[in-house]
Write a protein that binds this ligand. Sequence first.
Ligand code: MG
Ligand code: MG
Length: 267
Amino acid sequence: MERTQGLYLTVEGRNNGITIKSPVELRVMREAGRVTAAAREAVVRAVQPGMKTKELDAIAAREIRQLGGKPSFKGYRGFPATICVSINQEIVHGIPGDRVIKEGDVVSIDVGAIVGGFHGDSAVTVIVGRASKEAEKLVEATRLSLELGIRQALAGNRVGDISTVVQQFAEAQGYGVVREYVGHGIGRALHEDPAVPNVGEGGKGPLLRVGMAIAIEPMLNMGTWETRVLDDDWTVVTADGSLSAHFEHTVAITERGPWVLTALEGE
Ligand code: MG
Ligand code: MG
């Protein structure tokens, strides 16, 4: 049974099977990732208190267009914008609009771009202005959990080897790891198999093979892992109202190890 919710596969979601990309296709995916990263960083540079979230969306849209890409999310299952902007207790899928960003907000930006028929997908969380120590720790832990997950993106490993390092690292610090929304295979479709959960057991799940590309995207909550969806049918928030952070990279499995396709130039 297929069950999808918004821009993310749910744990049960299945899309398009696992696809293996040729070296040439992975180079095209790197171009999509480069454009995705440039749009992500343009938004990160611009964000400041007093801005409306729709202004951030316009910045990302312009950057993607100028670099010859197309937004991945706009129109996807009816999503109305180029990026998702999810603030504080919002986890993912916040819709840009007239909301004004305030000092101390924890702002997650999720962006995707298509180049040459392939998608890039990446997210980052930033704190605007001064933040509480707790918020800083949450954001840094989420970033590090993604780093740890990426290091497990090795041919011969299984998806569960990624899931388990993310879960163990996050839970050791008392954070809730979101379960209903997961990472995913990515290629000519934004969402392909396999699902890449952020909780799981090492040695379990689909085998990682050279030529696969996956989006790894831990979502960590200050409180419990439970979520709910707001009345706009998109915005996912923490059920207990606690802060949440989200980081994501698109990563290729290669003979030489993980290739972060959505890294900035020179990274
Ligand atoms: Mg994303
Ligand atoms: Mg994704």
